[in-house]
Design a protein around this ligand. Sequence first.
Ligand code: 5GP
Ligand code: ZN
Length: 143
Amino acid sequence: MRDDNCIFCKIANGDIPSKTIYEDDEFRVILDLGPATKGHALILPKDHYANLYELPDVVAGKVLKLAKKMAIQMTKKLGCDGFNIVQNNGEVAGQTVFHFHMHLIPRYSDDNQQIGWKPIESTQEELEEIKNKILGNVDIVEE
Ligand code: 5GP
Ligand code: ZN
């Protein structure tokens, strides 16, 4: 399933050229046009899913496996010192292209880049409250 108005559908399926570093029947991995660091890449499924919420479990499983494989290969080839895997869902979370993608960001000790958040204060009571809100009336989360 593709969306004719989606740029990542076009890139993933080869209708728009990209710097591709991996491709199979279901995924294309491309270099990000506005990289956070050298080698910043994106895993794109060839089918259109707007975000993680829409991603079928079977695809989700394959994405993480591919992220691991790419991280290992890229670390070896680029000689980076660490690696961030980032995946944004929704505008408020920083998503700008609404076709699911996973960021692969090699980190270098001298990259002077910031990826993350500033921690907020939280009491034990607040943590307990949010835990109960997430759990509702179930004790543990499982399928
Ligand atoms: P998001 O903010 O949605 O998590 O990430 C979108 C990413 O896609 C950004 O890092 C941006 O630089 C990248 N991007 C946007 N348009 C293009 C494009 O046409 N080609 C490539 N290679 N990357 C793109
Ligand atoms: Zn798409």
